[in-house]
Design a protein around this ligand. Structure first.
Ligand SMILES: Cc1cc2nc3c(=O)[nH]c(=O)nc-3n(C[C@H](O)[C@H](O)[C@H](O)COP(=O)(O)OP(=O)(O)OC[C@H]3O[C@@H](n4cnc5c(N)ncnc54)[C@H](O)[C@@H]3O)c2cc1C
Length: 512
C-alpha cells in the first residue's frame, strides 16, 4: 500500500506565474543550468518543457546533488547504493512533489513513515502522529500529549514575545527576527528548557547549525511551515529505493526525452557576459554561448564560479556571494550489520542528548535495496547522522562515538558485527547566520540573463531545504521564461500568513 499522500492542504496557496505563451515560438533560446541538484533539475525541467534548449552542467558524475547516489561494493561482495542518506520528504513539499510527479504521477516511489519520533537521552520520547493536525489544535494537542512540554510551561511562556509565531509572513519574519539567534528567541519566549531539544533537534539542527548562530527567523519559519501554518504536520515520506533508481534516473530519461543535454562530470569554471544578449559558460576545454544561465549551485560551488567570473552581474552582488557561509561538517555513517534490530524499532528516530548523534534510520524498514540485503543476510542496514560537528574533532573518533551511541539507543546492535560501513563527511549545506538574510542572493540578479536557485536563495515564500531548492528552481526558470513571453510554472506554498484570523489579530497587537 502506498501511504504517501499526494494531496495538498486545502489552504495551500497558489502562486500564479506571469501569463504568456505555452511554449517558446520562433527563436529557440538556449539556457545553461549549472548544478544538477534539486534546484537545477527543477529549473531544467520547466525550461525544457517550454521548448527552451537546455544544457545541464553537473560537476559530479551523478545527478541529485546532496541527494546523489553512487554504487559501492560491500565486504560481502554485494552491490549497494551509497548516498548522504535519509531525507524526509515532507507532505508540504508541494513544488518538489510536482517535480517528482513528472515521472511518477502517483508518487508511488515514495512511502510514508508513520511518525516523527524523537527520543531524548533523559528518557523522554515523543512523536507527532497522534497530534491533531489543524492549527491551533496542533499546538494545543502537542502540549497535551508531550512529556517535555506541559500546560504549566505554556502558562510560563512570554506570550508577547511568542506572538510572532502566530503570523509568519515572508519577508516580514526576516525583517522582525533575522537579527536574533534561534537560542535567544527561545529564551525570550521562555520556551521550556526540557522542550528545547524539540525545537532544536527537529528544526534548528536540520539546518546543520548551532542554535546560537542560526537566525531566529529560519526557526520561526520552520514552526510556521510544519506546525502552525499547515495541517500536514511533521509527517513525511521517503523514497522506496535509493535516490538514483527512485528519482534521478527516471528524471534524467524524462529530460533526455525533452532534448536536454546532460553533462555530468563537467564543472563550470566561469560565466561571462558576452555582448548585451548572451553569456559564455566555460567548462572543460571550451566555452559555449547561451541566452541565459541558471546558477543552481551549493554555496561553495557558487562562490567558486562567481569568484572566477569577475564581470558577472555587479561588484556588490559578487561581494554578497563571497560573504555567504557554509554550515560546519556533517557525518552520515551507514552500517551493514550482521543482525536485525528489534522488530518494534522505527524506520527513523530523531535523537537528542546522545553526544552529537542526531538521528538513526533503519533503512531496511523502507528502502527496497537495503530490505533485500537484510532479507538475504539476516542482518540490517542502519544509518546514523551527526550534523554541525565541531571541525576540530578527529573524524575517526566521531565515527566510533556514533556507533557507541547507536548501541545505547538500540542495545540489540551491540551484539551485531559490522559487515561493512561507509562514512560520508561533507560540508556543503548553507549556514543561515544571524543577520545574514539581507545578503543572501535572490532568484533574480541585476542582470536579466543570470538567475540563481538553491536552498540558500531568497524565494519570498515560506519554504525551506529541499522545497526551497525546488521552488527557487521553478522561480529561476519562470524569471527567464518571462523574458521570452512564455508562461512559467505555477507554484504552491503553505499559507503565506498565519492560518487563523485570531492568531493574526493577536500577532498584529504584539507588533504595535
Ligand atoms: C545529510 C543531509 C540530510 C538532509 N536531510 C534533509 C531532509 O530531511 N529534508 C530536507 O528537505 N532537506 C534535507 N537536506 C537538505 C537538502 O539535501 C538540500 O536542501 C537540497 O538537496 C539542496 O539542493 P540544491 O539543488 O539547492 O543544492 P545541491 O544538491 O547541493 O546541488 C548543487 C549542485 O551543484 C554542483 N556543482 C557545484 N559546483 C559546480 C560547478 N562548478 N559546475 C557544475 N556543477 C557544480 C554540485 O555538485 C551539486 O550537485 C539534507 C541534507 C543533507 C546533507
Amino acid at each position: 500500500m502506498n501511504r504517501a499522500r499526494p494531496g495538498r492542504d486545502r489552504r495551500a496557496q497558489r502562486v500564479e506565474a506571469r501569463g504568456g505563451l505555452a511554449r517558446v515560438e520562433g527563436y529557440v533560446p538556449r539556457v545553461a543550468v549549472v548544478g544538477g541538484g534539486i534546484a537545477g533539475l527543477s529549473a531544467a525541467t520547466v525550461l525544457a518543457e517550454r521548448g527552451v534548449g537546455v544544457t545541464l552542467y553537473e560537476r559530479d558524475a551523478q545527478l541529485g546533488g546532496r541527494l546523489a547516489g553512487w554504487g559501492t561494493r560491500l565486504a560481502d561482495g554485494s552491490e549497494a547504493t551509497m548516498s548522504r542518506g535519509f531525507h524526509a520528504f515532507f507532505r508540504q513539499y508541494y513544488n518538489l512533489r510536482a517535480l517528482l510527479r513528472r515521472t511518477d504521477p502517483g508518487l508511488n516511489g515514495l512511502t510514508g513513515l508513520p511518525d516523527y519520533p524523537l527520543r531524548h537521552r533523559d528518557g523522554g520520547q515523543e512523536g507527532f502522529a497522534r497530534v491533531p493536525r489543524t492549527p491551533p489544535l496542533s499546538a494545543l494537542g502537542f502540549v497535551a500529549q508531550s512529556p517535555s512540554f506541559g500546560w504549566r510551561d505554556l502558562g510560563r511562556m512570554n506570550p508577547r514575545a511568542a506572538l510572532p509565531l502566530l503570523d509568519v509572513g515572508v519577508p516580514e519574519v526576516y525583517e522582525a527576527l533575522d537579527g536574533v539567534s534561534a537560542a535567544e528567541f527561545l529564551a525570550a519566549i521562555r520556551f521550556p528548557e526540557a522542550a528545547h531539544h524539540l525545537a532544536f533537534e527537529v528544526f534548528s539542527r536540520s539546518f546543520f547549525a548551532d542554535p546560537a548562530t542560526l537566525s531566529a527567523a529560519e526557526l520561526v519559519l520552520m514552526f510556521h511551515i510544519y506546525f502552525l501554518g499547515s495541517s500536514e504536520g511533521l509527517l513525511f515520506d521517503v523514497p522506496r529505493e535509493p535516490f538514483p533508481q527512485a528519482l534521478w534516473d527516471p528524471l534524467a530519461r524524462y529530460l533526455d526525452g525533452l532534448g536536454v543535454r546532460i553533462r555530468t562530470g563537467t564543472a563550470v569554471a566561469e560565466v561571462r557576459p558576452d555582448g548585451e544578449e548572451r553569456v559564455a559558460v566555460a567548462a572543460g576545454a571550451g566555452a559555449d554561448r547561451y541566452d541565459g544561465v541558471v546558477l543552481a549551485l551549493d554555496t561553495g560551488g557558487l562562490q567558486a564560479v562567481v569568484g572566477a567570473s569577475p564581470e558577472l552581474v555587479d561588484p556588490r552582488w559578487r561581494e554578497r556571494i563571497a560573504g555567504l557561509r557554509t554550515a560546519p561538517p556533517f557525518l552520515v555513517s551507514r552500517l551493514w550489520l550482521s543482525r536485525p534490530v528489534a522488530g518494534d524499532r522505527h524506520g527513523f528516530l530523531g535523537t537528542a542528548g546522545y553526544d552529537g548523534l542526531d538521528n538513526v534510520s533503519v533503512l531496511d524498514r523502507w528502502e527496497g535495496e537495503a530490505h533485500r540485503w537484510a532479507l538475504a543476510t539476516g542482518g540490517s542496514v542502519v544509518e546514523l547522522h551527526a550534523y554541525a560537528v565541531d571541525p576540530a574533532q578527529r573524524r575517526s573518533q566521531v565515527e566510533e562515538r556514533l556507533v557507541r551511541r547507536l548501541r545505547e539507543v538500540y542495545p540489540e546492535t551491540a551484539d551485531a558485527r559490522i559487515v561493512d560501513a561507509r562514512h560520508e563527511w561533507r560540508a556543503d549545506c548553507p549556514l543561515f547566520t544571524v543577520g545574514g538574510y539581507r545578503d543572501r542572493p535572490g532568484v533574480r540578479t541585476g542582470d536579466a540573463r543570470v538567475v540563481v536557485a538553491g536552498d540558500m536563495v531568497r524565494t519570498g515564500l515560506p519554504v525551506a531545504l529541499m522545497e526551497r531548492a525546488a521552488t527557487s528552481g521553478f522561480q529561476a526558470a519562470n524569471a527567464l521564461l518571462e523574458r521570452w513571453g512564455v508562461r512559467g510554472e505555477t507554484l504552491w506554498t503553505v499559507p503565506r500568513r498565519g492560518r487563523s484570523a485570531a492568531g493574526r489579530a493577536l500577532a498584529g497587537l504584539g507588533r504595535r
